[in-house]
Design a protein around this ligand. Structure first.
Ligand code: KG4
Ligand code: ZN
Length: 346
């Protein structure tokens, strides 16, 4: 069974083709991605209307390129999957509209996927795929969540951010340091030349005893520190970046270990854009090794948004029989859609 996946929830247009054979783990046949980062850079963040228009321009050429790379024809597709939410409404509508139009034209069923489930299941596309159950740390630009995952569609939320997401903390701090957009990768690159102990920054909720996160205070602390430095900021930027990164990573790692200890599980999955962060990977690897826990990550290029994770999530949901694809082509999107609302049978 060939599943085409379309991602268009934010600033990347992604299309991918996944092959499902029996009960074996679905396999990625081909994928293609266009990042809008350069286009949004001039504005210091994502401009929703520009994002939607660019998705419209890119999605069909990307789909054609995926088909060409995989050697499959349009008629060979069995299911067309798309990101139904959460994300930018206009951007989501492009992927949903194109997927449903393709489905209607080809008389093939369509299926809407939860973007975060895509991130969550993306490590199954790696050369070292996990097995259920596991603790998942989902760290993206809009979400920071710890989950217990017992199977496809069986997600228990253990804790989440009460304000900013980890990615937002990276992005907003980077902006304060004049590092542009998206800030996460830029801040972590600069941090490599700095001293993580140079500035004492808060580790919000680190010892709260629960598994919730809060990063809004950290951003304020970075701003205060930057103001205090004044003209010295330029020379101390790498130190401040390193200290900021260390604060974010410390909290993420500590809470992840608490979740593992409390659950007794010996497996962990890290997904979402911030999962590409090198320091986070190093800290988690070290802490997990001490506990005899195996950590699984998506391939680096599949950490940020992409079509492969959407095709994969659709494929795994179909395979686990928790969702069926349908030939109803009327669609809606869900810009706000808590993962907890994802019923087993959508
Ligand atoms: O998962 P994602 O691509 O999009 C959302 O669904 O939000 O995550 C994007 C986020 C951005 O906040 C970006 O700054 C952050 O992931 N990010 C990183 C790194 N690469 C991406 N943050 C820290 N270090 C990185 N290497
Ligand atoms: Zn994402």
């Amino acid at each position: 069974m060939l599943v085409l996946g379309i991602e268009s929830s934010c600033d990347e247009t992604g299309v991918a083709l996944v092959d499902v054979r029996g009960a074996a783990l679905p396999v990625l046949r081909a994928d293609a991605l266009h990042s809008q980062v350069e286009m949004h850079q001039a504005y210091g963040g994502v401009v929703p209307e520009l994002a939607s228009r660019d998705h419209i321009r890119r999605v069909l050429p990307l789909a054609e390129s995926v088909l060409a790379k995989s050697g499959a024809a349009l008629e060979d597709l069995d299911v067309i999957a798309y990101t139904r939410g959460p994300g930018l409404a206009g951007a989501l509508l492009v992927g949903a509209g194109v997927a449903c139009a393709l489905g209607a034209a080809l008389d093939k069923p369509v299926l809407g996927v939860h973007h975060l489930e895509g991130h969550l299941l993306s490590p199954f596309l790696s050369s070292d795929p996990p097995a259920f159950p596991f603790i998942a740390l989902l760290v993206s630009g809009g979400h920071t969540q710890l989950m217990r995952v017992d199977g496809v569609g069986r997600y228990e939320l253990l804790g989440e951010t009460i304000d900013d997401a980890a990615g937002e903390a990276f992005d907003k701090s980077a902006k304060l340091l004049g590092l542009g957009y998206p800030g996460g990768p830029a801040l972590s690159r600069l941090a490599e030349q700095g001293d993580p102990k140079a500035f004492k920054l808060p580790r919000p909720l680190m010892h709260s005893g629960d598994l919730d996160f809060s990063f809004a205070g950290l951003k304020t602390a970075v701003m205060t520190q930057a103001k205090k430095l004044g003209s010295e900021l330029e020379a101390r930027k790498a130190d401040l970046a390193a200290s900021t990164q260390a604060a974010i990573v410390d909290v993420l790692a500590r809470k992840s270990m608490t979740a593992l200890d409390e659950s007794g599980l010996k497996r962990m999955v890290v997904a979402g854009g911030v999962g590409a962060n090198r320091l986070l990977r190093a800290e988690l690897n070290a802490a997990c090794a001490r506990r005899g826990v195996r950590v699984h990550y998506p391939e680096l290029h599949l950490c940020t948004d992409n079509g492969a994770m959407i095709a994969m999530a659709a494929a795994m949901r179909l395979q686990a029989d928790v969702q069926t694809a349908s030939k109803v082509y009327a669609f809606d999107v869900k810009p706000r859609w808590p993962l907890g609302d994802l019923s087993l049978r959508a």
